[in-house]
Design a protein around this ligand. Structure first.
Ligand SMILES: *Cc1c(COP(=O)(O)O)cnc(C)c1O
Length: 369
């Protein structure tokens, strides 16, 4: 039995092999007599799971030694408060607005810091990327925030900005929720990155935070201890009970990513190439559909992970979704703030799933065009 192809933006599809492994280990993790959800987080079994998860993440993403990998809770939205509490020191924060998520980050940071919009694509409905050379960055900013993949608008920075080249010494903070592990990360450009696992690397419940050691110890007095990166790092993410199950599954996903093979490549290089091919297949079809389907995002800003698209005749939205579902293509409805459709093509989506979507779109257009 093959499972349907699930295009959910998040919580999103997980690799089937990982789900099978979870099922096999559900009642008894490797002869321990316990399921992972039933273990003490301080016991040797869970400590091993935790350490392995961290190592798989560090190896796959080539996380440098001076970057801590922290497991927190609260999702990326909580990080919108936790990051300014940890890094702003109540000073200046510059935010680059590229879609709904960076708009939210900017609003939340205003509770803790003097926030300035360094650049914004609001005027074009979040469909372009403001070139880094045009960003108005402030001399004294504590950090610069970007969302490197806007999940709702489908806008992705294919390269992280090089702030030093722009004459800016502030650390870069990136919300990488929806493209984490979809491509390599240029750590030389980053001070901190965060993201919920549920888009691309695991289940809901754990937030991954990558933070440079030298950025610890700056938290405001009002910062809860459980969210002070220094405290969390000093306790190896065990200051309080961590989301054990979500960490376990995330570890399995990263282990699975190491083994991905595609186009003669392996691991993250294979994952990246496959994601590029998947996205190219769908965008090429949309652009060649004679206007029946349309994606409004500028070519150089198009996300590989989240592809919003619109049918020319919006009255066909419901039949499009109903027929897609009957063909085993799930969760294609667009975000309510944008409308239309959205296909999320995270790591667990195989090329065949995108081909099946394109086949449906082609067939649907032929019957309704
Ligand atoms: C989903 C998402 C969020 C919100 O994540 P939560 O886990 O719901 O807090 C923030 N930023 C981006 C880019 C996202 O995709």
């Amino acid at each position: 039995m093959t499972r349907p192809y699930n295009f959910s933006p998040g919580p999103a599809a997980l690799p089937e092999a990982v789900l099978q492994r979870c099922a096999a280990e559900m009642l008894d993790w490797r002869g321990s007599g316990m399921g992972v959800m039933e273990m003490s987080h301080r016991g040797k079994e869970f400590l091993a799971i935790h350490a392995a998860a961290k190592q798989h993440i560090r190896d796959l993403l080539q996380v440098p030694d001076d970057v801590h990998i922290l497991f927190l809770q609260g999702g990326a939205l909580a990080e919108n408060a936790i990051v300014p509490m940890n890094l702003s020191q109540g000073g200046e924060v510059d935010v680059v607005v590229t879609g709904s998520w960076s708009v939210k980050s900017r609003a939340e940071a205003r509770c803790y810091a003097d926030v300035h919009t360094a650049a914004s694509n609001e005027a074009d409905g979040h469909t372009t990327l403001p070139p880094a050379a045009t960003w108005r960055l402030r001399e004294g900013a504590a950090y610069v925030h970007v969302c490197s993949n806007e999940t709702i608008h489908g806008v992705e920075m294919h390269e992280l900005p090089d702030l030093k080249a722009l004459g800016c010494d502030a650390p870069l903070v990136a919300d990488i929720s929806s493209h984490m592990a979809s491509r390599p990360i240029d750590w030389s450009r980053l001070g901190l990155a965060f993201g919920g696992a549920q888009k691309n690397v695991g289940p809901a419940g754990v937030t991954l935070v990558f933070v440079r050691d030298h950025l610890l110890g700056r938290a405001l007095d009002i910062c809860p201890s459980a969210f002070d990166f220094k405290t969390v790092a000093a306790n190896d993410s065990m200051f309080n009970t961590p989301p054990t199950w979500a960490i376990y599954v995330t570890g399995l996903v990263f282990e699975w990513l190491h083994g991905v093979e595609y186009a003669g490549l392996r691991g993250l290089a294979a994952v990246e190439r496959r994601n590029a091919d998947k996205a190219a297949l769908l965008y090429r079809f949309i652009d060649g559909s004679g206007g029946f389907y349309r994606n409004p995002v500028a070519a150089d800003a198009r996300s590989r992970m989240n592809v919003p698209f619109f049918l020319q005749d919006e009255r066909l939205n419901e039949p499009f979704l109903a027929e897609a579902k009957s063909r085993g293509l799930l969760q294609l409805k667009g975000h309510k703030s944008v409308g239309g459709m959205r296909a999320s093509l995270y790591n667990a989506m195989p090329l065949e799933g995108v081909q099946a979507l394109v086949d449906h779109m082609k067939d649907f257009a032929a019957r309704h065009g």
